[in-house]
Structures are given as C-alpha cells and as structure tokens.
Ligand binder design. Structure first.
Ligand code: ATP
Ligand code: MG
Length: 343
C-alpha cells in the first residue's frame, strides 16, 4: 500500500491556492484510497516558529487550520489529521536527519532566503548573524515530517518541489551511510492546477502569510468579499481576445487557471470558452465559480468553529493515531543508528 503524507502551516486562513493546490487534491486522493493505503495530514505548527509570531494568535490559528482541513472535506475517520507539535517524534527524527544534511545543500534552498528577505549573496553574508538556525534548518524538519511515516508519496504544490528534492537527498545519504534501504524515496504528487498567483501582484504566489488581504481569497470570508477581490484583481491592458500567456499576461492567465481548476477541465478546454469575453465578464465568471466552490467549506468552517470541544477531541485522537505509526518507525531508525536500549 501507499503512505501519503502532507502538511499545511497554521499561518492564517486557507486561501484559494491552498484549496486548489493542496486540500482539494488531498480530498480527491482520500476518496480513492484503497484499504491497504494510508493518508496522513498534519498542521505544521513547528514550522511556524521559524519566523516571529504572536504566540497566542498562533495557538488560535492552529485550531483554525484544523477546522479548515475538515471544512475542505477531509474526514478524520479516514485520514489521520493532527498537530505536528503533539507528536514529538517529528523533532526526534529531525535531529537524526540533521546529522546527515550537508550545510551546502541547505544553503541552496531558496525559501529561507525569501522568508529572511535576503536577495543576494552579499546581503546573505552581511546578515547571516540574524538568520535563525530554525529557519535555515526547516527543510530538514520537512524531510523528517514525511520520513517519519516512511512516505511513498507527498502531495504538494509546485512551491515545495525543492524541499522534496532535499528529502530524497537525505534518504540517499541515510540509506547509504547505514547500509540499509530503510527509507523509501518519496514521490512528489503535484496538483493538476498550477500555482495560484497573488491577485494584486501576479509575479508572486498567493500566500497565507501575505498581510495584504486583497492578494488572496480565503475559504473563511463571505461571498461578497470574494467577489470584490476577483473584480479588483490585477490584469493587463492588452486588447483583443483573451489568451493564456503566463509570461505576458500573468493576471489573466491566473484567472483562467482558477476557473479551469474549479471546472475540472484543462486550460486548453477553457480558453475557447472564454476567449471572446471582456476582462470584466471573465472576472464575473470566475467570481461566480469561486463563490460556488467555496460555499460548502465556508459553511462547514463556521459550524466547526462554534464547536471547540469537538475540534479539540478530534485533534487529540488524530495525534494518537499519528503517534502509533510514528513511534514505531522512529524506534526502527534509532535502532539502525545504534540508539536503542536493547542488550
Ligand atoms: P505561507 O505563506 O505561510 O508559507 P502558504 O500559503 O505558502 O503559507 P503553506 O502552508 O506553506 O501555505 O502550504 C500548504 C500547501 O499549499 C502546500 O502543499 C503548498 O504547496 C500549497 N500552496 C501554497 N500556496 C499555493 C499557491 N499559491 N498555489 C497552489 N498551491 C499552493
Ligand atoms: Mg508556504
């Protein structure tokens, strides 16, 4: 059977990119899971500590993220859903893996540079003292997150491809040095839709952590505000028929991507349907589709947020289920490393 593992950070309300690039795909996969396979989804709360946080807000967001996963249709009876911080084996495996992770490899990861707002080598040299070790090392925690379950498949968006590459490098280093074949090489499962872009600045991706609310559509906001944001989305001033051209027309192309993902059709199928619309009419069409698609998640989210006891109970059960698998795997890893207490 397959072991599918993925996570999402509790850095704010889930947006359309998370929904189309991650949770919707997870939901589809979970529905088709055969009985010998398992799916594990975690709230990556430990990862949130890599940048400064308001910790009481973070605590709240951890439960909002839990509710959001359920609101996106994921069923805790079929999928193991839990908070990473409730399963200490994540960091125990991370320590072992940091001892196999080359500094050079980590230095090539691009996301920590972006999060530390470092743009070039000179700036990195200058400001390295301010960069936190946790931020630099978090790709190793990501590797531990999936290897803890000895994942065979990792369903993530395009922005995570580089981290998966590092995970495979660590598998190779670990298996080679311990002369075992313990870890599988996890395969990346990309969502069929591309990255969903920032509505105001389509040179960036849509991100939870972007403080500007107009850049993203969240599953928790009301339909009126969803519509308003799509109508205000940045497009271009090119005349004539609408075309899918991510280089020249990233804003229009983003709207076409969103529409295609919701309508479950390819870009090639969508373009002839929309090419003769005005930009305004395309936006109306996309807004309508988005509002309809997010209606159910929006409703379930509100319902769950009014049952904190239920959320709490489900997340504790999820953590127990996760620990049962994680502790068994971790024991085997530590045994391979000579860290067991057997005589
Ligand atoms: P943050 O800004 O805090 O990093 P995020 O919006 O990038 O938040 P994550 O929690 O880092 O969200 O990612 C959760 C999942 O959503 C990952 O699988 C990631 O690949 C996917 N994802 C994130 N942003 C997008 C996007 N704009 N389009 C498609 N998929 C996305
Ligand atoms: Mg992210």
């Amino acid at each position: 059977g397959s072991m599918l593992v993925s996570g999402i950070q509790p850095t704010g309300a889930f947006h359309l990119g998370n929904y189309l690039g991650a949770t919707k795909t997870w939901h589809t996969i979970a529905r088709k899971l055969d009985p010998s396979s398992q799916m594990v989804l975690f709230i990556a709360d430990l990862h949130s500590l890599t940048v400064p946080q308001n910790y009481s807000v973070l605590k709240k967001q951890r439960f909002e993220a839990y509710a959001s996963l359920l609101a996106c249709g994921l069923d805790p009876a079929k999928v193991t859903i839990y908070h990473q911080a409730a399963v200490p084996e994540h960091t125990q495996l991370q320590w072992a893996l940091t001892c196999f992770a080359g500094m050079g490899l980590l230095n090539r990861m691009t996301q920590w540079k972006a999060k530390a707002d470092l743009k070039n080598d000179a700036q990195i040299q200058n400001e390295l003292g301010a960069v936190k070790l946790g931020l630099f090392a978090y790709p190793v925690l990501m590797a531990a997150d999936v290897l803890l379950f000895n994942a065979t498949h990792v369903p993530v968006g395009q922005d995570q491809a580089q981290h998966l590459e590092l995970t495979r490098d660590l598998v190779s280093a670990f298996n080679k040095q311990t002369k075992t074949k313990f870890f599988h090489y996890p395969k990346t499962l990309m969502a069929p839709s591309n990255k969903i872009l920032n509505l105001r600045d389509p040179s960036k991706k849509m991100s939870k952590s972007d403080p500007d609310e107009l850049t993203k559509i969240t599953i928790t906001e009301d339909p009126k505000s969803m519509r308003m944001k799509i109508m205000k989305a940045t497009t271009d001033s090119i005349d004539g028929p609408l075309t899918f051209d991510p280089e020249q027309r990233p804003g229009i192309s983003n709207l076409i991507t969103i529409y295609s993902a919701i309508a479950n059709q390819t870009i090639e199928e969508t373009v002839p349907q929309i090419k003769d619309l005005s930009k305004r009419d395309l936006k109306e069409l996309v807004a309508e589709a988005v509002v309809k698609e997010l209606q159910e998640p929006n409703r379930v989210y509100k319902e769950l947020m009014s049952s904190p006891d239920l959320l709490h109970k489900l997340s504790l059960e999820g953590a127990d289920k996760a620990r049962a698998v994680a502790s068994k795997n971790l024991k085997e890893v530590y045994k391979i490393l000579g860290m067991d207490m057997e005589k």
